[in-house]
Ligand binder design. Sequence first.
Ligand code: AMP
Ligand code: ZN
Ligand code: FE
Ligand code: FE
Length: 279
Amino acid sequence: MIDLHTHSVLSDGSDPPERIPELAAAAGCRAVALTDHDRLDGLAAAAARAGELGVELVPGCEISCDAGLPGSMHVLVWFVADGEGPLQDELAGLLRAREERNVLLAERLAALGLPVTLAEMEEEAGEGSVGRPHVAAILVRKGVVGSMQEAFDVWLGQGRPAYVEKRRLAPAEAIGLARASGGVAALAHPLSLGLDPPALDGVVAELAELGLAGLESVYGRYAPDERGALVAMAERHGLVATGGSDYHGTYKPDLAVGVGQGDLMVDDAVLDALRGRAA
Ligand code: AMP
Ligand code: ZN
Ligand code: FE
Ligand code: FE
């Protein structure tokens, strides 16, 4: 069993990178991918700990894309190491753009009378990059909202008053840069695109044409019938049906490494299939 989708404190998870392989080993995973948003600099610490535990650490990241769709598009990338390269260099630019966005986000929160400063956001994120989940956590702690989900539904989600756009790559850029850096790309949590099944099928066909390798089908928060439909969709388009928990520690407390909400089981063969797609 494996887990191809997890986050650490370097993005919007709550565990240090080296804790991810520990949790994976405890769950019985042979391999685990660390896929922080826009960042690869947690991979070294995670790989070192994974080596001690006899778990394979799959280097990865998750990238937000703009495809002009109703929902949000995230692309998972694996087999790209920290350092220099086409994707790596682009990620540095995305991080700078995120920092600029966060300044605007703090200004927007202040204008709305919400008690969250940039300094508090940075403290919440620690060594990680500030993201909206950190703002949501502060709003919960201060009693402004009752839950992280309410923070997004009322304030932070797309189209809500505190939503501030951040720079996103076109899907073709994310997929192309991943391949140019020796990696493979998959569409993360495809139901987040906000499309009905036929429309999703059409988008997946276009992405496959662009060089997408996988479709995240066995996802921590998806029901068995949703997973089944996505596995079938992956097969129709010649894509690897990937899977992962999207573990974020306390920021998504219902999800555990390896097992998701308790029923996740991603086969080792998925990783072998992805490796076979790498350049
Ligand atoms: P950011 O990268 O700062 O724009 O934050 C994006 C993260 O916020 C995503 O990876 C999700 O974890 C979370 N998020 C975005 N939209 C929602 C939503 N509508 N409900 C709950 N969480 C969300
Ligand atoms: Zn996240
Ligand atoms: Fe995501
Ligand atoms: Fe994720």
